[in-house]
Ligand binder design. Structure first.
Ligand SMILES: Cc1cc2nc3c(=O)[nH]c(=O)nc-3n(C[C@H](O)[C@H](O)[C@H](O)COP(=O)(O)OP(=O)(O)OC[C@H]3O[C@@H](n4cnc5c(N)ncnc54)[C@H](O)[C@@H]3O)c2cc1C
Length: 411
């Protein structure tokens, strides 16, 4: 009887657990090495504790990196349907919500983790927690996996240690460093799916205020994206779902030192002409009222002085009838095209993902095996593939973990 392959997996996150199950089911003897006190800590925090585990509309257009097309073959091999079949077979019922987002029916991320842990135990995966991997050395066609206490020997290694986002949940650059020491190239990394800082101080005055808006992103003068949703003003700039979604493109522009700005439309369902007619009507019916009062009932009260200030109006109490054509035009411009220059992002602590990572052209998209080091595989966020917000990053973790686990086990 041939001896089973010994596979060491570095990282007990989404991709590492998927790889562990698939490799163990294929007959390998798997050891999962996790530096934190438990596996799946980040998974528990996903989707605000509800785990947005995939998206029914997942396609390659939702992925970014130096070569996003790399993800195509991997996602096709283990697509959303197969992912849901995998989880359903383990007992997880799921539900599709707004914008195609898939969640566990129970609304609990812990359900996803519980069934993965149960299956790993059933498949006899050896799980070692509080076990950081500090180095990997290729020797005599095998690997020495160095831990802070001793080493273990493996036939194959899968690096599934994730990225630097959310250090409190295990994020670090350590998995990238392991790959770099083995000769792999890293692309520049930066926080993604993160709130953004804007210049000027106007958002400070309205921090905490949420409004429905359409947000358009311009990078280097070109339109780079548009999102509709609840915008949140903060003391440092802007947040909320549309900003988080656009933050990856904005981050890439900032990395390239391109100017980037948001144009916010607070009245996406109104044309400029409709808004002008509404303001006219209000001024005609109450010509003596102060200009700031004219906007009450149309615009959130906290926004009114900020909008008028942005429109260059100093005397907010001037009679509405005295407003000039230029002032009215400026108000409409602010309501429909309020410009915010982007000057940075919040830190890794506030990011949901890492953009950048190990260069994908050095790996096979079919097997996730390294072209540089035979028997070395990588999966998940450590690779330079980042999904949009909406379940796409976990889908990448499942699909790439599946491919790496199967190939490492020799299937
Ligand atoms: C707050 C938050 C909410 C999110 N919500 C969603 C969501 O709803 N849907 C979605 O699709 N995505 C979401 N994401 C992103 C998603 O969680 C990640 O993309 C995904 O977990 C990446 O999986 P991974 O296996 O590559 O890495 P991780 O899940 O980060 O796992 C990597 C593991 O490796 C361990 N590790 C690292 N280095 C070493 C080492 N040297 N030795 C041993 N162990 C090591 C880490 O401790 C960690 O446990 C969210 C992220 C955050 C931070």
């Amino acid at each position: 009887m041939t001896k089973p392959l010994l596979i060491a997996i570095i990282g007990g996150g989404a991709s590492g657990m998927m790889a562990a199950i698939v490799a163990a089911r294929a007959g390998a003897q798997v050891t999962l090495l996790e530096r934190q006190e438990r596996v799946g800590k980040k998974l528990l925090a996903t989707g605000n504790g509800r785990c947005n585990l995939s998206n029914i509309d997942c396609s390659i257009k939702n992925y970014h990196g130096a070569d996003p097309a790399f993800a195509d073959a991997t996602l096709r091999r283990f697509p959303v349907k197969k992912t849901l079949d995998f989880f359903n077979a383990l007992g997880l019922c799921t539900v599709v919500e707004e914008a195609g987002r898939i969640f566990p029916l129970t609304g609990q991320a812990s359900a996803v983790l519980d069934i993965l842990r149960y299956e790993m135990t059933r498949c006899k995966v050896l799980i070692k927690v509080e076990t950081p991997v500090v180095n990997i050395v290729r020797r005599n066609n095998r690997f020495d996996v160095h831990l802070s206490t001793g080493a273990l020997s493996a036939d194959r290694v899968i690096v599934a240690g994730g990225g630097a986002a959310a250090p409190h949940l295990g994020g670090s650059g350590s998995a990238m460093a392991l790959l770099e020491k083995l000769g792999h190239t890293l692309t520049p990394v930066f926080p993604a799916l993160v709130p953004l800082k804007t210049t000027g101080h106007c958002t400070r005055r309205i921090k905490g205020l949420k409004v429905n808006a359409t947000v358009r992103l311009k990078c280097g003068g070109e339109k780079s994206g548009e999102e509709k949703g609840e915008l949140l003003f903060t003391d440092y700039g802007l947040s909320g779902p549309p900003i988080i979604q656009l933050s990856q493109s904005a981050g890439r522009a900032l990395q390239a030192h391109w100017p980037a700005c948001f144009t916010v439309d607070l009245f996406p369902d109104w044309s400029d002409a409709q808004l002008a007619a509404e303001l006219d009507k209000r001024i005609i019916s109450r010509p003596e009222a102060p200009l700031d009062f004219i906007l009450v009932g149309l615009v959130h009260k906290r926004l009114v002085p900020v909008i008028l200030h942005q429109a260059g109006i100093e005397d907010l109490r001037q009679a509405a009838a005295s407003a000039t054509k230029v002032q009215i035009k400026n108000i409409i411009q602010c309501l429909k095209q309020w410009v915010f220059e982007i000057c940075g992002s919040l830190s890794w602590n506030d990011a949901q993902a890492m953009a950048g990572g190990a260069l994908t052209s050095e790996f096979s998209s079919a097997s996730m095996e390294s072209f540089l080091v035979k028997g070395l595989f990588a999966a998940g966020e450590v690779l330079d593939i980042t999904g949009d917000c909406g379940g796409y990053n976990l889908q990448w973790a499942w699909s790439s973990g599946f491919a790496a686990g199967l190939a490492a086990a020799g299937k």
